[in-house]
Design a protein around this ligand. Sequence first.
Ligand code: ADP
Ligand code: MG
Length: 326
Amino acid sequence: MALSEFSLIQQYFSALGDASGIALGVGDDAALLNVPSGEQLVVTVDTLVAGVHFPADASSADIAHRSLRVNLSDIAAMGAEPRWFTLALTLPEARPSWLQSFAKALAEDAVAFNCALVGGDTTAGPLTITIQMMGTVPKGEGLTRSGASAGDSIYVTGSLGEGAAALSLFDTTLDNQGHSVVVEHERNRLLQRFYRPTPRLTEGLKLRGLASAALDISDGLLADLGHITASSGVGAEVKLEALPIAPWLQLLAEKSIVNRWALSGGDDYELCFTVPKANQDRVERLIAKGELSASCIGQITEQKGVRCIDEHGDLVHVPNSGYQHF
Ligand code: ADP
Ligand code: MG
């Protein structure tokens, strides 16, 4: 059954999610949104192309979750709260079953993360999903990449490497090592991590006023930390033994590969942030109380560039190959 563009929008995208501040949502020429006074609008956009950013045969629910969550991750990295989003959808065909599970998954996440769809565009063509996410942050409190100073400590949330390990599943690197290596539940866990990364929104909020710089790790820790050091005019030293790598992940491949996943692989969507000495006790207390899942992995230095050191303090060369997406 073919759907007209109008009924497609009406049926699947007219009431999706929940958020305050919508004076006018889907259905007019544009949306009207009320930004609370004293707050700044935070805007980000990410495009996902089938066969480039996700395997072409991915389910529509998986695609929906990933499209929304990578954008939410950028909002988290700014220390902001998500509110509204727009959706530009390019579809090879308007298949109701595909659209139904896409919209359902998008709605689930929109509700879970307190944001609502307020408009978009629908066109025919190769499968491409563009979501523009809007959030708000109290004026001047947004976390940027440019505030790190020498002596600040470097932290990351959660654990690293699973995003890159998931990519290598598509890459058949792991498959080449034999299916026995990656058992079903590990495979599912990696795919879950890839398609449903957890946007670190609550962590981002807690870091307001504490972190001097922050970003989310989408291209790999070293590359992304390099954005903080370049923007801030400083350097960084990362202690390899301090990297938070899940024990089960360490068993999946040899140490050099796992380290490369954690350091140079993309798609983890954890936050990397820096903390000035004056705030470090407060951050450590949040961690000790279990209110913030984060680990200190190194220090910001005056010496430019990003360096890795081993447990003896010796410099380690890490090939920053970066994983090719598919
Ligand atoms: P216009 O011709 O004015 O650009 P459209 O016909 O493209 O308007 O869209 C009509 C309405 O439907 C607009 O409010 C638009 O924001 C909304 N819309 C279109 N596509 C989507 C979509 N994929 N998701 C949510 N809203 C959409
Ligand atoms: Mg119009």
